[in-house]
Write a protein that binds this ligand. Structure first.
Ligand code: JCH
Length: 270
């Protein structure tokens, strides 16, 4: 998979040289290229911003450097011969507090693409006409990491590349972890423990020490349901009740939920 990132802070993206993603790059699984937007400026101050038309606080990113940077990347994109039954343009992902929220399902879909391009804005964002211009060469998708405000797109891009990259076949060394994750889809992870068995007087739950793997699996499933009910009740309410066995239903009952007309609802008075 080819990934291009355009930013005025290319040093920010150096985190992609290390750990799992760094290894995947060295192994040739990910071709990540970081571009400095200021390489596409031609004035002595390498200006990328200007004041907003219509007034308002802060500065807006000028269109010209973005147009040149995005055209250069789209022009050098490797053309893979594909059936012309779909949209073969590369995807341009633009982090924005006004984007569609980035989810695991989106990461899953994006991990199958040949070419992703990320445009990191700063200041109050990028001149809107850049998105219209880019749509001639790209499929453009504004994406939000979540409902909170960052100072620019770089942190969001680091998070998204990590989430997408680890789903590319071969990037995660032990693919069993990905299979386990997909099995617990829709629920939070169960708590995990390692040695020593007693630490600072705190014991690892007995069930994990006895090697009864059926009992361990049932207990972990109950922990997942209890933790999800406590921290993310919104996820419990959208579970498909047909995926819940008697034991699951009992756990959820004790956590304040019941099944009514084929849907999971809060128990009355909770
Ligand atoms: C960004 C900004 C507009 C602050 C500039 C570029 C993404 N999930 C998420 N939160 N924040 C971002 C993000 C992404 C790119 C940029 N800023 C600063 C821009 C604002 O309007 C309210 C506020 C923030």
């Amino acid at each position: 998979m080819r990934i291009d990132v355009v930013s005025i802070f290319p040093e920010y993206l150096q985190a992609l040289d290390i750990s799992l993603i760094g290894k995947a790059r060295r192994d040739g699984l990910l071709d990540v290229r970081i571009h400095d937007l200021r390489e596409h400026t031609y004035d002595r101050h390498r200006t990328v911003d200007d004041t907003p038309y219509g007034g308002g606080a802060g500065m807006v990113m000028k269109p010209e450097p973005w147009a040149e940077a995005l055209s250069a990347i789209a022009g050098v994109a490797p053309e893979i011969p594909a059936a012309d039954d779909g949209d073969s343009r590369p995807l341009l992902l633009v982090p924005s507090p006004a984007g569609e929220v980035f989810t695991q399902a989106m990461a899953q879909e994006l991990s199958t693409r040949d070419h992703l391009v990320f445009a990191c804005g700063r200041y109050e964002g990028i001149d809107e006409r850049v998105y219209e211009y880019a749509a001639e060469h790209y499929e453009v998708r504004p994406v939000s990491l979540g409902d909170y405000v960052l100072n620019g797109g770089e942190v969001a891009v680091l998070a998204m590349i990590e989430a997408i990259g680890r789903l590319v076949p071969g990037v995660v060394g032990n693919p069993e972890s990905l299979i386990e994750e997909s099995h617990s889809e829709g629920l939070l992870e169960y708590p995990v423990y390692t040695k020593p068995a007693v630490w600072e007087g705190r014991e690892v739950p007995e069930v994990l020490l006895n090697g009864n793997h059926g009992k361990i699996a049932r207990t972990r499933r109950a922990w997942q349901l209890e933790r999800t009910a406590a921290r993310r009740p919104d996820l419990i309410r959208v579970l498909d009740p047909s995926t819940l066995n008697r034991h699951d239903r009992d756990t959820l009952w004790h956590a304040g939920f019941m099944i009514e007309d084929g849907r999971i609802v809060d128990k009355p008075g909770e």
